[in-house]
Design a binder for this molecule. Structure first.
Ligand code: NSP
Length: 223
C-alpha cells in the first residue's frame, strides 16, 4: 500500500510510467548517443512547454479554495518561473540557443497536446485534478534526473548531456520535485476518495503518456 498519492498513481500506471521514464530519448541522454539536433529541438519545445505550464500553475492559484492553498500554488509558480526557467535558459545558452530563437519558435503538436490537456483538466476540474495532471511533469523529471546521474559515465565531460542531467539531478530541481510530491498530498487530503481514484488515475495516465510523446517528438524532431 503506497504511503502517498503520487506513489499510488504511479503504481496504478506502471507500464505508462516506465514508457515515460525509460523512453529511448532518456536512455540516449544517459549514454550520450542522442543526436544533437533532437536534443536542441526538445530544448526549444521545452521552453514553450514551460511557459504554458506556468499558466497552469497560475490557474492553480485561481482554483485554490483557501489562502493556504493559494500560497502553496504561488510557491510552485515561483519555483517554475525563477528556478526551472533560469535552469532552462542557462542550458539553452550553453547550446548557443538564444532568447530570440526560443521566442520565434512555433509550438510542435506534442507541445500543444500536452499543455492544453493540463490546462483543460484544470479548467474543467478542481484543484486536485489539476495537481494530478501536473504531477508526472514535476515529479517525473526528478526521478529521471536521479536515475540518469547514477548511470556510469553519464556525468562525465564526454557526455554532451551531462549538464542537463546535473541540473535535473541537482539539489535545486530535486527540492522542487520533493515539494511537488508533498503539495499533492496536502491538496488531496480534503478532496480524495476511493470513488475519485479511478478518475484521478485516468488523468495521471494521460499526462504520463503525453510526457512519453514529448520525448518522442524530440527524437522524431516533429513539428
Ligand atoms: C515536458 C517536460 N516535462 C517535465 C519537465 C520538468 N518540469 C520539463 N521541463 N519538461
Amino acid at each position: 500500500m503506497s504511503s502517498n498519492l503520487f506513489d499510488a498513481l504511479k503504481e496504478a500506471c506502471t507500464p505508462e510510467w516506465r514508457a515515460y521514464v525509460e523512453h529511448p530519448f532518456v536512455k540516449a541522454i544517459g549514454d550520450g548517443s542522442l543526436p544533437l539536433a533532437s536534443f536542441q529541438h526538445y530544448l526549444v519545445q521545452d521552453y514553450l512547454f514551460l511557459i504554458a505550464f506556468a499558466r497552469a500553475k497560475a490557474l492553480a492559484i485561481y482554483k485554490s479554495e483557501t489562502l493556504d492553498e493559494m500560497r502553496i500554488a504561488n510557491a510552485g509558480l515561483d519555483a517554475l518561473l525563477e528556478t526551472e526557467m533560469a535552469l532552462h535558459v542557462r542550458l539553452c545558452a550553453g547550446w548557443g540557443i538564444g532568447q530570440d530563437v526560443l521566442e520565434r519558435a512555433p509550438e510542435a503538436l506534442a507541445t500543444v497536446a500536452y499543455t492544453r490537456y493540463v490546462l483543460d483538466t484544470g479548467f474543467k476540474g478542481d484543484l486536485l485534478d489539476l495537481y494530478v495532471a501536473m504531477a508526472p511533469c514535476l515529479i517525473g523529471y526528478g526521478e529521471i534526473g536521479r536515475s540518469l546521474a547514477a548511470v556510469p559515465g553519464a556525468l562525465d565531460p564526454g557526455n554532451p548531456y551531462a549538464a542537463w542531467i546535473a541540473e535535473y539531478a541537482g539539489d535545486g530541481y530535486q527540492a522542487i520535485a520533493e515539494q511537488a510530491k508533498a503539495d499533492l498530498d496536502r491538496i488531496a487530503l480534503p478532496r480524495v476518495s476511493m470513488a475519485r481514484l479511478e478518475r484521478l488515475t485516468g488523468i495521471f495516465r494521460t499526462a504520463t503518456r503525453l510526457e512519453a510523446d514529448f520525448w518522442q517528438m524530440g527524437l522524431d524532431r516533429a513539428d
